[in-house]
Design a protein around this ligand. Structure first.
Ligand SMILES: Cc1cc2nc3c(=O)[nH]c(=O)nc-3n(C[C@H](O)[C@H](O)[C@H](O)COP(=O)(O)O)c2cc1C
Length: 356
């Protein structure tokens, strides 16, 4: 059972816990900043990052670990198949000042799962346990004073961490959570969750689909409910995930299935307000789109601006002519171009709401 010390910030979260789900290519530092500012989710996760990539010196991957200053607990998510790499990466996550480390055991992507990481771990329950164990050992050794220079990470990685890490950083213990699915090619919720509970993570976030389903069909909340029942009184919390559309939907699922909370993913695209239940009008959305662009250029200047285009398309809706504006926004190369497109709409006097 996870002890109180290991639960870290999780003990302080007010229930129900409604957080932002990790999403590769989406939940970068700029998106998290905007979601945090306008949605106030209880917890934020980074995009997942490859443990094997980092331990082999792929410094570029570390940009997923850039984070804005906030009181909202921010958790770094990592994936991989080699338990030893998790030991080393725990030092990086700790030095960077994250509140927790989350292990991805749910990614259905072939390039991840076929190599034994992500949802591939559902087929390797003992390796999954070993990964939690090694991560915990890394966290504990770091807390007890072992330094990042002592764990054989490539020099460029250590140098990056020294540049972006927080100094001095209190050596508090980092809680270990994980995120997974209800099965690989068929549902195995109960045996899989029991296996994970033996490793005592502080939290399990459970997407109610198998790997085989990818993102098709509907998330199975009955299975999520079964997992929550298994977690009761173990010290591990359970957050359900899959197809949550609104705060009302989140609360209803939490009540129906007796959960500690939920994570919201896709419903937050272009809509940080999904966590508040307040619907923003199109002008507010466009203003925040602009702020999102500015955050990207400020927080992650090395990230290509084109990664912003999909977000712009998501924000741009709900007024007459939105389709034409969207077509322009998906071609922009910088914030100034976005400003040029958006300002005339913000300053238009005629009422154009409720369009395409
Ligand atoms: C574009 C995209 C990227 C994702 N990347 C990750 C990831 O890096 N780590 C993870 O655990 N899940 C990832 N997921 C899964 C989501 O966190 C979530 O489990 C899934 O989208 C279902 O929740 P939703 O219906 O609220 O979106 C991703 C999903 C999407 C759509």
């Amino acid at each position: 059972m996870a002890n109180l010390l290991e639960r870290g910030f999780w003990t302080k979260l007010k229930k129900p816990i409604i957080g932002l789900s990790p999403m590769d290519g989406v939940t970068d530092a700029a998106f998290r900043f905007v979601t945090d500012t306008y949605g106030h989710p209880a917890i934020l996760f980074t995009e997942f990052t490859s443990v094997e990539g980092i331990v082999h010196g792929a410094g570029k991957l570390l940009s997923a670990f850039i984070h804005h200053k906030t009181a909202t607990p921010t958790v770094a998510q990592v994936f991989g198949a080699d338990p030893n790499g998790f030991y080393q990466v725990a030092f990086i996550v700790a030095e960077l000042g994250f509140e927790g480390i989350d292990i991805n055991m749910g990614c259905p992507d072939r390039s991840v799962a076929k190599k034994g990481g992500g949802a591939g771990l559902i087929l390797q329950p003992k390796v999954a346990q070993e990964i939690v164990k090694k991560t915990r050992q890394g966290v504990e050794d770091w807390t007890n004073g072992k330094n990042i220079e002592e764990v054989k990470l490539p020099e460029n990685i250590v140098a990056w961490v020294k540049q972006f890490g927080q100094s001095p950083i209190p050596r508090k213990i980092l809680p270990i959570s994980l995120k997974t699915r209800i099965g690989y090619d068929h549902i195995v919720t109960e045996s899989w969750i029991k296996n994970l509970l033996e490793a005592a993570p502080v939290n399990i976030s459970l997407h109610g689909r198998t790997l085989k389903q990818m993102y098709t069909g509907k998330a199975d909340w009955e299975e999520i409910g079964k997992a929550a029942a298994l977690c009761q009184a173990t010290g591990t919390t359970l957050l359900g995930n899959g197809d949550v559309k609104s705060i009302a939907d989140a609360k209803e699922k939490i009540r129906t299935y007796n959960l500690d909370g939920v994570l919201i993913g896709r419903a937050s695209f272009g809509n940080p307000w999904v966590f508040t239940g307040v619907e923003a009008d199109y002008k507010k959305r466009l203003l925040v789109a602009l702020e999102h662009c500015e955050a990207l250029e400020k927080l992650i200047p090395d990230q290509p601006f084109i990664t912003m285009r999909k977000h712009l398309a998501w924000y741009c809706r709900g007024f007459v002519g939105a389709t034409a504006v969207r077509q322009k926004l998906v071609l922009v190369k910088n914030t100034e171009e976005v400003r040029q497109i958006i300002f005339p709409i913000l300053h238009a006097t005629s009422e154009v709401a409720a369009g395409d």
